[in-house]
Design a protein around this ligand. Sequence first.
Ligand code: GLP
Length: 240
Amino acid sequence: MRITTGEDTTFLIAQAADAIEKLVRDTPDAVLGIATGSSPEPLYAEITARVQNGLDLSRLRITCLDEYVGLAASHPQSYRHYIAEHVLEPWGIDADAAVLPTGDADDPDAAAADFEKRILALGGVDLQILGVGPNGHIAFNEPGSSFASRTRVVDLTPSTREANSRFFDSEADVPIRAISQGIGTILESRHALLLAFGEGKAPAIRAMVEGSCTEDIPASALQEHADVDVYLDDAAASLL
Ligand code: GLP
């Protein structure tokens, strides 16, 4: 795990953006795994600026980590909507180039299995962007998730629903389930890049980096990943 910390988030974001730019210059049709949430938003904005300055991402293929069960693509808080708004449209990528789970499928278990199959059909993920939840979750793998887990329907914990309620009108509106890539699926990404900012993430970051590799802290599974870059502001790194 390579860890970069600093006060200047612009510098951290630029380095993370350089990793995406290098991937695309080396492999124009690479597979980039998008994380949703607020942490990677400045990274996606930086890539948008580079696209406006001529970076060509039109052949990039996109996938994602997770999706709320029950939200249609048109729902403003669906991850499909987030990816269209922050990634596909500003980066000039055709919606067909995105492999995403169907949140409002009649059969969410079948939709999860189909999503996993389509990730494998892409040949896997070259670079997976990750955030981390305050309880150490990655994607929507809550504490206790098996490190061997594959893409499936998961129940969201009350703490995650509360953390994500800031995006909804009320906590009651936050879905109770999600389709999430498994930890085993995420560990198969060839390169992972995790971003965390703010002191609210500091305990999870300490457990991820310095704690034991335990299913109680899903992000600690990344200790078993061969190629991970972690970018932290000083607040998120304050307990290291
Ligand atoms: C959600 C997503 C995660 C994300 C986490 C942290 O729960 N499923 O993939 O990492 O939120 O989000 P934020 O970056 O907004 O703190």
